[in-house]
Design a protein around this ligand. Structure first.
Ligand SMILES: Cc1cc2nc3c(=O)[nH]c(=O)nc-3n(C[C@H](O)[C@H](O)[C@H](O)COP(=O)(O)OP(=O)(O)OC[C@H]3O[C@@H](n4cnc5c(N)ncnc54)[C@H](O)[C@@H]3O)c2cc1C
Length: 361
């Protein structure tokens, strides 16, 4: 790691522009293949990005929620793949920080804050994936020493480059728990990354557990009924998903505004999108500050709708040239599809479907 690189210590810090410019340069590469974007993750470590999310006592900078969302908004407009990966890595670190397992926090958080080790997240099978299955996808059986894990965590981003997964599991009677799974434990199998429609560099794939013994010392929360719904597993589907969607819309709207300077016929469309983006961004920041201009689900629906329309408008404006691989407009339109499936609670998915079908909501 290069200790000479300047740390980004606040969202107004001009070094954040420098980092965003570097990430934007490599964004097409990060999206295109299931190859871990090591250069981008090193940049994030060098610029101190992992520290934003953690308390000062563990080597973090303790940024507030509005500051974190502004940080995500800036990074997400530069490179969706890197920023999405960050949400999973920092989501894992923040869940460790929010737990009551003091020994584990002292051991794991300082190297995570420095970016020397990575922990990622495998919890969707307790929230938005495989919920229609009769049996738990990842079964935890209590043992005198801790837990025996059997089954699959179907979606884990960046496991190929991580040392730990913050993992959700369920007991036979469907009490939920969350623990840290060291990936080197016997019986853990990290499956090869999936070929994705976009964001391929996230290296997302399944992690399988074949009778993995995990000692009690790795437990973060539970087992208890509805752990995730009660918030014991940390926030899911919160404002960060909407923030990344709006960040991608930002990239598309900036492109439309730039084109409109050369092509006046695009001006009304570009400024209409600009107004909508400003409105949604203001709602986001108000929600982050504790206000209630709308619900989180309403913002997510609005952000989803905007990102899909704005990226497709950018592609339409870029015409056939935008459909050629390598042009950002085509990539943005494909990346926007991710928001139809990523961490989509039932209400948001239903609203997306009704909008697509032209049904009243
Ligand atoms: C690129 C990517 C990266 C991700 N990274 C992470 C990560 O790092 N960590 C994490 O925790 N999560 C992650 N997720 C998971 C994500 O947040 C969602 O949980 C996931 O997209 C849900 O999709 P699913 O196909 O698993 O849903 P499921 O609901 O399991 O649907 C699977 C299939 O089952 C069928 N089906 C659905 N509902 C029913 C029903 N009621 N009855 C019968 N059949 C049904 C459908 O045909 C569907 O195709 C990631 C997802 C993606 C796409």
């Amino acid at each position: 790691m290069n200790d000479q690189a300047p740390s980004v210590v606040s969202v107004d810090d001009p070094t954040l522009d420098e980092l965003c410019a570097k990430l934007a340069e490599y964004a097409a590469d990060a999206d295109s293949a299931p190859r871990w974007p090591q250069r981008q993750m090193d940049l994030c470590a060098q610029y101190g990005v992992y520290r934003w999310f953690l308390p000062r006592e563990y080597g973090g900078l303790g940024w507030s929620e509005p500051e974190l969302l502004q940080g995500y908004y800036r990074l997400g407009a530069a490179c969706q793949t890197t920023t999405f990966i960050l949400t999973q890595l920092t989501g894992a670190a923040r869940r460790i920080a929010a737990s009551e397992n003091e020994a584990l926090k002292r051991e794991l958080l300082p190297p995570l804050a420095r970016g020397e080790q990575l922990a990622t997240l495998g919890i969707s099978h307790l929230t938005t994936s495989r919920r229609h299955w009769k049996r738990p996808p990842l079964l935890a059986t209590e043992t005198p020493a801790g837990f025996l894990l059997e089954g699959t965590s179907p979606w884990v981003t960046g496991a190929v480059a991580s040392q730990y997964v913050v993992l959700g599991a369920e007991t036979e009677d469907r009490r939920q728990l969350m623990l840290v799974l060291p990936l080197e434990l016997p019986g853990v199998e990290v499956k090869p990354p999936l070929e994705l429609v976009a964001l391929s560099g996230s290296c997302t794939g399944a992690v399988e557990c074949h009778r993995v013994e995990v000692s009690q010392r790795w437990l973060l929360a539970g087992p208890e009924p509805e752990l995730m719904r009660k918030g014991g597993g940390g926030a899911t589907g919160g404002l960060q998903t909407s923030t990344l969607a709006l960040a991608l819309a930002r990239a598309a709207v900036d492109y439309l505004l730039e084109q409109a300077r050369l092509r006046p016929d695009l001006a009304p469309v570009a400024s209409r999108f600009q107004e909508e983006l400003e409105l949604r961004h203001a709602e986001l920041m108000e929600l982050a500050a504790g206000g209630s201009p709308c619900t989180k689900e309403q913002l997510r629906q609005g952000a989803n709708s905007l990102v899909l329309r704005a990226t497709q408008a950018a592609l339409a404006a870029a015409k056939g040239t935008g459909f050629v691989r390598g042009h950002p407009a085509g990539r943005w339109a494909a990346e926007a599809l991710f928001y139809l499936v990523w961490s989509c609670p039932q209400a948001v998915m239903q609203a997306n479907l009704c909008q697509l079908a032209g049904l009243e909501q």
